[in-house]
Design a protein around this ligand. Structure first.
Ligand code: GRF
Length: 224
């Protein structure tokens, strides 16, 4: 089986990177991590990559064009086919996005297009939404925008603070990211007229209320 070669771009903790490393460690997983690039020397994610035997590079360039000039050739040299942004905190050069956009995905901790940018969980709490979640999307030049591939919904609890809500969302991110990389590696994800179609993708047929109506019946069936 030839595996999709992915490059992961990080700036920090790297827990999504770790979820991808774990998924790729299964022999049957159709992708492998060919390269990890960090924009910060002290990013803990770098240690995770090294421990897993994955080549790493650090590019500190503040200037977007300089970052692209350094990262682009290395991604090509490592024959990367899909770039996964995972907590990457730099804006990307528009030409780099143009070149990679349909082969570059990002994970964001909100249900886009709500709460773009920094502190998405804090924004959700401030807005008083009852549900938030995370989104994986193809990357376009505007911040946290691009065709949406998948979303996961997470309830907001009455006593939530930013840390608790972030942790609840993060746990779901770790499930969603490897799943979507697998679908892409299987060739099931296509952009058509700027919307994403997933071959044999199934949507859930149940919905959630928040607050719940009856404590023992959180799931409500909806007509197909
Ligand atoms: C995640 O919440 C992700 O959605 C956002 O940045 C955070 C990265 O966390 N883009 P980690 O570095 O993967 O732990």
């Amino acid at each position: 089986m030839s595996r999709l070669r992915i490059g992961v771009l990080i700036s920090g903790r790297g827990s999504n990177l770790q979820a991808l490393i774990k998924a790729c460690s299964a022999e049957t997983f159709p992708a492998e991590i060919a390269l990890v690039i960090s924009s910060r020397t002290e990013a803990p994610g770098l240690g995770l990559a090294t421990a897993a035997g994955i080549p790493t590079a650090v590019f500190l360039h503040e200037n977007r064009r300089d970052f692209a000039s350094a990262a682009g050739p290395l991604l090509a040299e490592r024959q990367v086919e899909l770039v996964c942004l995972a907590g990457f905190m730099r804006l990307l050069d528009p030409d780099f996005v143009e070149a990679w956009g349909d082969r570059m995905i990002n994970i964001h901790p909100s249900l886009l297009p709500s709460f773009r940018g920094l502190h998405a969980q804090r924004q959700a709490l401030a807005a008083g939404v009852r549900f938030t979640g995370c989104t994986i999307h193809f990357v376009r030049p505007e911040l946290d925008s691009g065709p949406i591939i998948a979303q996961a919904v997470v309830p907001v609890h009455p006593d939530d603070n930013e840390a608790r809500l972030s942790a609840r969302i993060l746990a779901v991110e770790h499930r969603l990211y490897p799943f979507i990389v697998r679908l892409i590696a299987e060739g099931r994800v296509q952009i058509l007229a700027d919307r994403v179609e997933i071959a044999n993708g199934r949507a859930p047929d149940r919905t959630l209320l928040n607050p719940q109506d009856q404590a023992d019946d959180p799931l409500v069936s909806v007509p197909a």
